[in-house]
Each structure stands twice: as C-alpha cells, then as structure tokens.
Design a protein around this ligand. Structure first.
Ligand SMILES: *Cc1c(COP(=O)(O)O)cnc(C)c1O
Length: 396
C-alpha cells in the first residue's frame, strides 16, 4: 500500500476516500521527498553559490524538466511554477487586462469551477470586455453548436476546463481550441481535474495556456504549474513584482528577468515543486493508460450499483467522463447523505462543488459527489452503496 493515510480509520471504520476530485492522497514516495528536502538540502534557490542552494536549485529545475516532459512542452521555461490552478488562471487573466478593450469578448464554458469564472468577470469589469457563456445540456456536455455561434472576430480569449470537477465531463478541448484559433482567440484550458486521469500533450492540443495543481495528482498542496506558449509568455506582463523576477533594478526602471523567472517572484514552494515532480514520476510509473482503464471500470461499476437505489439520479451522463459520480436521492438533501456516510467512514463531497451555475442549471442546491482514483477499489464502492442505501432508509 503506497498511501499511508488509507490505512487509517474514521469514526471507527476503515477510511473510504472518495473525495479525489477535491484533492488526491499522497503516496509514500512523495512524503519521503518532502522529508528528504527538509532533512538534507533545504536552502533558497537561484541565489547562493553554496552547495545546499545548488542542490535545491538543481532538484527544483529538474522538476521543471519533468513537468515539461510530462506535458510535452517544447521548452522547460514554458512551465511556470505557481501556487496552483487558481494562481495560474489569475496570472493569465491579470496579464490579459492590458490586451483587452471595451467590446472585446471573453468566452467561458457553463461547466466552470468558480476559480475559472470569477477572474474573468474581474477581467471584464476592468477592461469593459463582455463575458459570453457556452451553454451546457442535460447530459452535462457543452453545446458545441452554440459555442460556434458565440465565436467572432471580437472573441479574444476562450476559457474552458478539460474535465468538469462537478460532473466529470471530459470536454472536447481540441475542437474548442481549433475553433477559437480560427477566429484568432487564445485559449486557456484548466486541467486541474483532467491531470489526475489524462496525460495532456500541450503541443498536440496547440493550447496557449494550460494550468494544473499538484495536489490533485498525488502531489502536495500549494504548488501547481502554468504552461504557456513562449510567444504568449513573452508578451504577457509579470503578475507580481519582487525578488527572483528581475534582471536589473534601479529606482528609475526595472527590467524583468527572462522566462520562467519573470513570473516567479519571491521564494517559491521549493519543496513542493520538487515533490510535484516526484508525484508526476510516480503516476507515470503506474501509467496513465492503466489508470484511465481501471478508473473507467470503477465508474461503470459505481454508476450501475448506485442507480439500483430507488429515487437516485446521477447528474452528468456524458459518454466522455472521468470517474466522478454526482447524484441526489429524491426528497433528501445531499448534505444529510454526506453526514451519514461520513459516520460510516466514507469521505464524499456534498454541495455545489464550486460550480454553482451547473447546480442552477439542474435547479438543485447541490449533489453528493463520489470521485474515484486509481487507488480505490470495487469493495469500497460496495461500502458506499450500502451506506447510501442505509442513509436513504433513515432519511426517506
Ligand atoms: C480544483 C479545481 C480548481 C482549483 O484548483 P486549486 O488547486 O484550488 O487552485 C480549478 N478548476 C478545476 C476544474 C478544479 O477541479
């Protein structure tokens, strides 16, 4: 067992962890890398000539190269370390403030996480640009015809998640990117929810920006990555001023450092960045094809078993889904189900999953969301199904 936390008990029962869409658990190799960093070579990077600083810098830059390879970026300096997906999105949104004018249009999808809606609303408020929304359908898929209708020469930017965190829908990002490029718009894809299951190839996608968080793919919290095409990263202004991001500073004028440092002001999460690389290695050693195939089995099994419960409805029924089951039982509040199954040691998420517009579409306050990872088992799904049945009896 690679995940020590999965051995623990919750409320006297073995933990069943089905909240992987919120954060994944951490394998021992990643925990070891964190302990090793603070035990052996904790030092600030890119500054000292001393040995520890060089070791830390090497490990951090090595990790950047691991990310470059993983995402198949052309250049390592196109991989910017961030504090996570939210940071990456804000960095790009902030940078676009200087490119947009009144009347320009920004397109977002109806399936977005709040972290991918609010920064664009703020950007539109600052610039006078107009926010347009790609609608969704009953299956929880984007309506691509409507998307095409939205695009015009006014469209400057398109934002879409690769996989919806609330429903698990895998969006047709390649098609979204190609169509946006057809009208000269740039595209940022939020890969936070895709990266635990899919290995994205940023060059094959021809995406302009791609963001992810380490903590959803077996890494630590507080670190993530922004991929940007070199030409865009050159054009985009820096997000934060500070140490590390400058070439020369006088009180008259500061010149910025080259990539990636221009976007990496201040001391980063060095240990986290290193551990992120270890997590990516760990997942690649298992293999993303294997992970996807196994999780697909779990999804099929959980869908079938849960639907055998009277009154249960699953939201998000696209044929292209990652292993997320979002559901409700008629007449029962999702929070009440979540509370009862927690008493039985099962961690699921209840609520709007930071995707309130999706809940509004279905006219529901929220759902119970069970999201699976490659370390989950069919036996654990049986435990969940039995617990939900019990909750339905108690509350129904
Ligand atoms: C989790 C998530 C985010 C936010 O990630 P942070 O690590 O909290 O910044 C954004 N988008 C999607 C689709 C997510 O699943």
């Amino acid at each position: 067992m690679d995940f020590p936390i999965l051995k623990r008990k919750v409320n006297g029962k073995p933990l069943v962890y089905f909240d992987n869409a919120a954060t994944s658990q951490t394998p021992q190799v990643v925990i070891d890398a964190i302990v090793d960093y603070y035990s052996r070579y904790n030092a600030n990077i890119h500054r000292g000539v001393h040995t520890l600083s060089q070791e830390a810098t090497d490990a951090y830059e090595q990790s950047r190269i691991k990310l470059q390879k993983h995402f198949n970026a052309a250049k390592a300096y196109e991989m910017i370390f961030t504090s996570g997906t939210t940071h990456g999105i804000n960095l790009v949104a902030n940078g676009f403030s200087s490119f947009l004018r009144k009347g320009d249009e920004v397109v977002v999808s109806a399936l977005e996480h709040h972290s991918n809606i609010v920064p664009w609303q703020m950007l539109c408020e600052r610039t006078g640009a107009v926010l347009r929304v790609i609608p969704m359908n009953e299956e929880g898929e984007l309506v691509m015809d409507a998307y095409e209708q939205l695009l015009s020469e006014k469209t400057r930017l398109v934002f879409c998640n690769h996989v919806s965190n609330a429903l698990g829908t895998v969006n047709p990002v390649k098609e979204i990117i190609d169509k946006a490029h057809g009208v000269g718009a740039a595209v940022l894809v939020d890969g936070a929810q895709a990266c635990p299951h899919i290995k994205p190839d940023v060059q094959a996608l021809d995406v302009d920006f791609y963001v992810a968080s380490a903590h959803k793919m077996c890494g630590p919290t507080g670190v993530g990555v922004l991929y940007g095409k070199e030409e865009w990263l050159q054009k985009l202004p820096p997000y934060q001023g500070g140490g590390e991001m400058i070439a020369e500073v006088t009180f008259e004028k500061t010149t910025y450092a080259g990539l990636p440092h221009k976007f990496e002001a201040g001391t980063p999460d060095i240990c986290g960045g290193i551990a992120f690389g270890v997590a990516v290695d760990y997942m690649n050693a298992i293999g993303f094809d294997k992970i996807a195939a196994y999780e697909d089995e779990l999804l099929g099994y959980a869908t079938k078993e849960l639907l055998s419960i009277p009154g249960l409805r699953i939201y998000g029924t696209s044929g292209h889904k990652t292993a997320v089951v979002s559901f409700n039982i008629k007449g029962i509040h999702p929070y009440d189900i979540g509370t009862i199954v927690d008493k039985l040691g099962i961690a699921v998420r209840t609520g709007h999953h930071c995707a309130q517009p999706i809940m509004d579409y279905y006219k529901i306050p929220g759902t119970v969301r069970a999201s699976f990872a490659f370390y989950n088992t069919q036996g654990e799904i049986d435990t969940l199904v039995a617990a939900v049945k019990k909750a339905a009896q108690m509350l129904g």
